[in-house]
Each structure stands twice: as structure tokens, then as C-alpha cells.
Design a protein around this ligand. Structure first.
Ligand SMILES: C[S@@+](CC[C@H](N)C(=O)[O-])C[C@H]1O[C@@H](n2cnc3c(N)ncnc32)[C@H](O)[C@@H]1O
Length: 254
């Protein structure tokens, strides 16, 4: 083991470079190697130290476990040779990012690890699009769930039906099934749904709909997107001036 090496597990935020934390920018500016995930935007990567080795650690569809093991071994490999190794993940590393698993694996091998949290797309995506997860008098609770899992890992939709605002990550492919499950669990088919695609980036698109239409499979959405279900979605219109202003500042046509 190379003494003095450190591995940083860094959240890249939802996309826009100015949504990175100051600590993340500092760490990137000193990086020798950056292993980055598919959802890390080009503008965030551009903040890595000029000359840093940039390694695409993107997961191949259907081969996640193999790729995950390869990433862990790459981190170990680079830390033996370089002082500052950055593992850069979209959003927050510990929100459906396997950050904690990587942290534990690296600690078991004796590496010094620093976690740098990031702004999760789960919250920043909806909020910047004018959909606040909580709103006094409208939504007192929210939950963030994965839409990817199925079978035994399927979220408990019955329990989640009682949550005011439901935020689903990785739910694009199964959106019709998720909507059917929520209606089956007692949510209204007229309940508002929004999908925030490419949140915070120039290519951002917000698709507004209702659970019934999503359940029928007639709502077009592309990955990556954050799905939001709840009354707060309807408040977007009232906040639209605010949201449009934010997007304009980010260079997004409103
Ligand atoms: C593996 S999860 C990682 C989440 C990430 N750790 C976070 O905190 O944002 C990937 C999912 O996050 C959501 N996501 C991440 N970045 C996004 C973005 N810029 N726009 C919309 N959805 C995004 C999508 O639901 C995507 O399928």
C-alpha cells in the first residue's frame, strides 16, 4: 500500500457544475485520478485538475455486479500509485449510489477515505423545476424510493401510498407498472405526476401528467429522470416564474 494516499468518495451533484459543493471542487482540483460514473456531467468533469487521469467507470447494463467489483479493484490499483484518487458519483454518493458499500470495502483494505456529500437529483431536480418536496399545508412528508427493484425488493407501495410526495429514482423503465401499483394502493388516478429529465442541465425537460395516464403507458419519458407524485406537482404553475428564472440563469431555455 502507498502510504499517504487517500480516496475521496465525491458527490457530483445533479449536473450543473455550480451545484457542486466547495469541498468537491477543492478535491477535484487536486485529483491525480478521477473514476467517474455515467451520470456525471461534462461540465463537472471539466473541473478536475488539468492532467488528471479521467477513467470512465460507467456500468454496463446487466453487468452491474461485475462492473462494481472492477471499480473497487481499480480504486485499490490507483490508490497504490497516486496520492489523490477521486471516485465521482452523480448526486450524492449515498443515495442509491452504492457509496457506503465502496466506503466499507476500501476501509476494510486499510485505505483512508473521505466522503464528500453531494446535492441529490432527488431533491434538487424537482425543486429547481418548481416542485418542492414539502410545502406547508400541502405536503408534510416525502419519500425517495427506487423504481428499479422488483420481486422481493419491490418497494412497499401500500405503505408509500400514505406519503404526501413520492420521489422515484430509476423509475423511467417501469413507470407504468409503478403508477398501476400506486393506484392499486389507493392513490387517485387523477393525482399529478412530473418527470424531470436531465435535471439542472441545458437539456432539462419536465413532463407533466397524471397517474392514470402514466399507468396506461401513454407518457413519453427518457432517462435519466426523477419521477415525482403528489399535490406539490400542481404547484409548479404558481412557482413557474421562479423556476423559469432559475433555469434561465442556468442557460436553459424556458
Ligand atoms: C443510480 S441513481 C443515482 C442517484 C444519485 N446518487 C443522486 O443522488 O442523484 C440514478 C437515478 O438518479 C436520477 N438522476 C440522477 N441524475 C439525474 C438528472 N440529472 N436528471 C434526472 N434524474 C437524475 C435518475 O432517476 C437516475 O435513474
Amino acid at each position: 500500500m502507498r502510504s499517504g494516499s487517500k480516496i475521496y468518495l465525491v458527490g457530483a451533484g445533479p449536473g450543473r457544475a455550480d451545484l457542486l459543493t466547495l469541498r468537491a471542487a477543492q478535491v477535484l482540483a487536486r485529483a491525480d485520478v478521477v473514476l467517474y460514473d455515467r451520470l456525471v456531467s461534462a461540465e463537472v468533469l471539466a473541473l478536475a485538475r488539468p492532467g488528471a487521469l479521467l477513467v470512465d467507470a460507467g456500468k454496463e447494463h446487466g453487468r452491474q455486479e461485475e462492473t462494481q467489483q472492477r471499480i473497487l479493484e481499480q480504486l485499490d490499483f490507483y490508490a497504490r500509485r497516486h496520492a489523490h484518487v477521486v471516485r465521482l458519483k452523480g448526486g450524492d454518493p449515498c443515495v442509491f449510489g452504492r457509496g457506503a458499500e465502496e466506503w466499507q470495502w476500501l476501509r476494510e483494505r486499510g485505505w483512508e477515505v473521505e466522503l464528500v456529500p453531494g446535492i441529490s437529483s432527488a431533491l434538487a431536480g424537482p425543486s429547481l423545476a418548481g416542485i418542492p418536496p414539502t410545502l406547508r399545508g400541502v405536503a408534510r412528508s416525502f419519500a425517495v424510493v427506487t423504481g428499479h427493484a422488483c420481486g422481493d425488493d419491490e418497494p412497499d407501495w401500500q405503505a408509500l401510498a400514505a406519503v404526501d410526495t413520492l420521489i422515484v429514482l430509476m423509475g423511467v423503465a417501469r413507470r407504468a407498472e409503478i403508477a398501476r401499483q400506486l393506484i392499486g394502493a389507493g392513490r387517485s388516478s387523477r393525482e399529478a405526476v412530473a418527470f424531470v429529465e436531465n435535471a439542472t442541465l441545458a437539456s432539462e425537460r419536465v413532463v407533466m401528467s397524471e397517474l392514470g395516464a402514466v399507468a396506461e403507458g401513454i407518457v413519453d419519458v427518457a432517462n435519466p429522470a426523477v419521477m415525482v407524485v403528489g399535490e406539490v406537482v400542481r404547484r409548479r404553475e404558481a412557482l413557474a416564474g421562479f423556476a423559469a428564472h432559475n433555469l434561465q440563469e442556468a442557460g436553459v431555455p424556458s
